[in-house]
Design a binder for this molecule. Structure first.
Ligand SMILES: [Zn+2]
Length: 414
């Protein structure tokens, strides 16, 4: 592109607000759970914007939506961009939506400049990036990558017992779930614009972050069974206190995560349910969860191994039973150097400051990276706040992201 794109950021901000109003709550609160009435209305609104931009829309059996700007070589694999529009309860306006509507704005800017892509550009809305309804995040992209198989997907239910199959059909997404699986090379390259959801860019006063790695969690459920009894009647020798055992595990996880010496290793126990949970009763059972994340799989898994060893040792020493169940252990993502180079070059051309960084939360890009070279572009969000109604990205920040994305898409599409 030789001309500087004119960004109609006002229009984009108005669209973000309109989409935010399509919610199960009133602004500034945004709640848009997958396959809810709000989700369906939100999708319809965005599809209308796609149609107005002359994009061709297709949807797969899980509701992933693809809006295609046909290139001069439609037989070539497209350049992908996009994100999600579902929102957890009590969320804000920008998570995911900036990548979907910002991607659309990038396409409209290029259209206005008279740019004709060689490869087609496809803008994706991934179904259910948030785990709210089915307890598993990045549902649509995970299924495209076949990391969640159709057989595993049909077993999913929401808290009311409705199956994923029933709910997607009701939402109008039919066809075999096998057809969601995308072949390797489905996209030639993929780039996702997203708010940082952390404080780094704002603090450092940097316009855009170039994501080199996306961390991935390994999460476990740990069930500890000891022996209950009266808190007064049963003396200390020979006790099998499940919560005391859990306390050892929590501290062992903290020590193991710290001991790697890497800033990117983190370990958390976020749930610890104690039974029977009475002041005068020795805890007989504890269910706790662990979440261990890193950008290096081997290092992350070494923390898991250390914790397993501690589980065995504590179980033997305290005479309690400890059962661990691995809920998921997805691979961390290494972003594609060629896309990162295009992003960096675009940022420099656009006169924006940029810095390489790590994404610490899950994103659809984590799974798209299994089928195509992928990278992410972050913009700041105020105070690092996300998943809250006061989540905020300024029009300037969003404008910078869209500007860099538009230039990058043009470079990648050729
Ligand atoms: Zn998101």
């Amino acid at each position: 592109m030789s001309t500087r794109p004119e960004l109609k950021i006002d229009g984009l901000i108005a669209e973000l607000l309109t989409l935010g109003q399509i919610s199960e709550a009133n602004l500034p609160v945004v709640t848009r759970v997958v396959f809810s009435e709000a989700d369906m209305r939100g999708r319809a609104y965005v599809r209308g914007l796609y149609e107005a931009a002359g994009l061709t829309i297709t949807q797969d059996a899980i509701g992933n939506t693809f809006a295609r700007w046909q290139g001069s070589h439609p037989e070539l694999a497209p350049i992908g961009t996009g994100s999600h529009i579902d929102a957890i309860p009590n969320a804000g306006l920008y998570d995911g939506c900036v990548g979907v509507l910002g991607g659309l704005e990038a396409i409209r800017v290029l259209q206005k400049l008279g740019y004709k892509p060689r490869r087609s550009i496809e803008l994706v809305i991934f179904t259910s990036e948030e785990p709210t309804r089915f307890g598993i995040g990045c549902l649509g992209s995970r299924m495209m990558a076949n990391v969640l198989t159709p057989q595993q997907a049909v077993a999913l239910r929401d808290k009311d017992g409705h199956s994923l199959d029933e709910l997607r059909m009701q939402a109008g997404f039919s066809g075999p779930l096998e057809s969601v699986i995308a072949p390797k090379g489905r996209f030639h390259q993929f780039v996702e614009l997203h708010i940082e959801q952390g404080p780094y860019l704002e603090k450092q006063n940097i316009d855009v972050g170039l994501v080199t790695h996306i961390a991935a969690p390994a999460s476990q459920r740990i069930l500890i069974e000891g022996e209950g009894g009266h808190a007064g009647g049963k003396l200390m020798p020979g006790r099998k206190d499940a919560l005391a055992a859990a306390a050892e595990l929590i501290l062992a996880l903290e020590a193991a995560a710290t001991s790697t010496g890497a800033i990117d290793t983190v370990g958390t126990v976020g749930v610890c349910d104690v039974f029977p949970g009475a002041v005068n009763s020795i805890p007989s059972r504890v269910m706790m969860t662990t979440d261990i994340r890193d950008i290096d799989r081997a290092r992350r898994d070494s923390v898991l191994d250390k914790l397993s060893a501690v589980c065995a040792e504590v179980a033997a020493r305290r005479g309690v039973a400890i059962a661990t169940e691995l809920v998921n252990a997805d691979p961390p993502t290494v972003c594609d150097p060629a896309i990162l180079a295009a992003l960096e070059f675009s940022a420099i051309e656009a006169g924006k400051t940029c810095k390489k960084m790590v994404a610490r939360a899950y994103h659809d890009s984590s799974f798209v990276s299994c089928i195509a070279p992928t990278a992410m572009l972050f913009i700041p969000c105020r105070g690092g706040v996300s998943h809250r109604p006061d989540e905020y990205a300024s029009p300037e920040w969003i404008g910078s992201g869209v500007h860099v994305l538009a230039r990058t898409l043009a470079k990648l599409a050729g």
